[in-house]
Design a protein around this ligand. Sequence first.
Ligand SMILES: NC(=O)C1=CN([C@@H]2O[C@H](COP(=O)(O)OP(=O)(O)OC[C@H]3O[C@@H](n4cnc5c(N)ncnc54)[C@H](O)[C@@H]3O)[C@@H](O)[C@H]2O)C=CC1
Ligand SMILES: Nc1nc(O)c(N)c(N[C@@H]2O[C@H](COP(=O)(O)O)[C@@H](O)[C@H]2O)n1
Length: 551
Amino acid sequence: MADDGSPRHDGSSSGGQQLDPILFNQPSTPNQNPIPEGQDQMSLPTRSLTDLLHPPRDLALMRQRLFEVQDKIELQVDEFERYWPYVDNVWVRQHKAGTDKSGRVFTDYYACRLQRPTYTPKPVDTPRREGQPTRKKQIREGGTCQMRLKTIRYEGGYSGYTILKVGDETQHTHDLDHIDKIKRTSVLMEVAKSEVMKGYMPASVFTVMNEDMEKLTAAGGRYLNRNDVRNASQHWRQVHREELRVHEGYKYDHGNGIVRHDGVSSTAQINGDLQMIDPALNDITLLPPDTLRFPSASRAFLEPYLPPKEPTINASGLPHVTLTYATSMDSSLALAPGMQTLISGPESKAMTHYLRSKHDAIVIGVGTAIVDDPSLNCRLEGVGGFGGLGWEGQPRPVIIDPGARWMISPQSKVLRAVQSGKGRGPWVIMAPGFAMDPMRLEMLKYYGGKYLGLTEFDKKWRLRWEAILKALAAEGIKSVMIEGGSMVINDLLQQENSSFLSSIIVTFAPMYLGQRALGVSPLSAVRFEDVRWQPLGSDVVMCSSGVKPHN
Ligand SMILES: NC(=O)C1=CN([C@@H]2O[C@H](COP(=O)(O)OP(=O)(O)OC[C@H]3O[C@@H](n4cnc5c(N)ncnc54)[C@H](O)[C@@H]3O)[C@@H](O)[C@H]2O)C=CC1
Ligand SMILES: Nc1nc(O)c(N)c(N[C@@H]2O[C@H](COP(=O)(O)O)[C@@H](O)[C@H]2O)n1
C-alpha cells in the first residue's frame, strides 16, 4: 500500500439514517449502510494482476482528468473507488472528512504530493534497528506545486463523489509523468504484493508486470522497478520466509534476470484463463437492458437546433430553451386527458433521449408528472448510468408544481432512477402560499433534489416563464428541454412566451388519436419558422428555430 495519499476514510457514521425508514424505503446498497465505528469505509478489494490486465475503462484518460481536475468531476461511488487508487500517488489527503449538518455530505481536502516541503536527509543516517543496515534516505522533492482539490461525498437516496479544484492554482507545475516517476500508485504496490504472496519471486513479478507496458503505463507504472516490488512485499517476505518461485513459463537467465522461455507469457495465460472463466470481463461495461442507441449517422439534422457545445446564459439571463414533444397527425399528445400514450416510434424515442443528453434540465408540468410517473432520465448509451461516468449527460428533472400537487415518493420512477445511479434528483418549482409538507421536502433533499420558490405571476396567475427560466439559469442551468404536457406546450407557443424558445423539435407519428384526445393547439395561430423535416423510422421529425404569429 502507498504510505499516504490513499483513500483512507475515517470510518465515521453515515449519519443519513435519521430519516423515517418507511418514508425513505429505498433499497439499500452497500454505500448507504451505516459504517461501524472504526471500520475503513472504503475497504477496497485486494488488487491482483488481473487489475492490470483488465484495467478500468479509459484509465489513462481518467488518470489525466483526475490529475488536472479542469472542471468539476462527478463520479458514482464504485467509479471513485475504481479510479482513485490510480491517482493516489498524486493527491495526498490533508485532513479527515468533515461532514455537514445533515450528516450525509463528507468533504476531504487533498494537495498535490509536491506541495509537501522538500525533505533533506540528516548528514548521518541512524541505524534502523540493531543489526540492520542503515537505509539511505533520498532527498524528497517538494514545495513546488500548490494544486489542491476537495472531494465531496454524498450519501443518502443517492451516493456519489464530486471532485473540485480549490485554491488559487489552476494547474500543476509539472505533468503526471513526473509524479509517476517519483511515486507509485497504491494499485501497483498492491498488485506487486499480492503476486509475491502467491509465492512468486519479486523479480519474476516485476517481469510479468512489465509484459504489457502500455497497460502498465496507463496505470501509472511506467517507472516501476524491481525495488518497488521488493519494497511492496518486504514485510510479507520477512514474516513468510518461504522459498519463492518464478512464474510458470519463465526461467532465471544469468545476466538477464527472469525471462520468458515458453513463448506463452504469464499475462497472456491469465488473459486466456479469464476469457474462459468470464467472457464478460472482455466487456467490462455491462449496460442496463433499457439502454437506447441513437446512431451518429442519424444525428446530423439535429445539429443546428441543439444548444451550443458551451452554452451560455444570454444577455437577458435566459438559458437555451428547446421545446420538444411527440404528437399524432391530429395534433394530440395522449388518447385522453389523464392518460399516457406512446406516440414516438423506437427511433424517435432514442432521438428524444439524445436530446435529453444535450440539455442540462428537462422541464414538465405537474399534470405530466402525475399522469405519466416519468423517469425523466437519459437512457442513451454512453451517458452516466448507461455506460458513461458519473452522471455525465444526465439532465436535471424539473417539475412545475405551483400548488405542491405531486405526491413524490421513493417509488416514483424519477426517484428510482436516482436510487440506481441513473438519474438526478428532481427540482420542483413552487409558488408561495402552499405549505410544503416537511417530510416531502426532506425526502426530496435526501434524493439530491430541491424546491425552488417563485413569486412572479402572469395575467392568468400562472408563473411567468421568464421567471422560471431565469431561476433555472441562476441555478447554473444553461440549456433546458421542455417536454410538455399540453398546457405547458400551448402556453409556450403563445406570442407572449414564444420568444423564449431557441428551438422546437416535434415528432409526428403516423396515427390519429381521435376526438377524445388531449390536443396541442395554442390560443392563436402560429407558423413555424426555419423548418426542416426529417423522416425517422416510421415518424417524421420537424425541427424549427421558433414560431411567429400567423395572420
Ligand atoms: N406526447 C408527448 O410528447 C407528451 C405527452 N404528455 C402528456 O400530456 C398530458 C399532461 O398534460 P397536461 O394535463 O396539460 O399537464 P401539464 O404537464 O402541462 O401540467 C400542467 C400543470 O402544470 C402546472 N404548470 C405548468 N406551467 C405552469 C406555469 N407557467 N405556472 C404555473 N403552473 C404551471 C400547473 O399546475 C398545471 O395545472 C399527459 O397525458 C401526458 O402523458 C406530456 C408530455 C409530452
Ligand atoms: N417523445 C415522447 N414520445 C412519446 O410518445 C411520449 N409519450 C413522450 N412523453 C414524454 O416522455 C416522458 C416519459 O419519460 P420517461 O420515458 O419515463 O423517462 C413523459 O413524461 C413525457 O414528458 N415523449
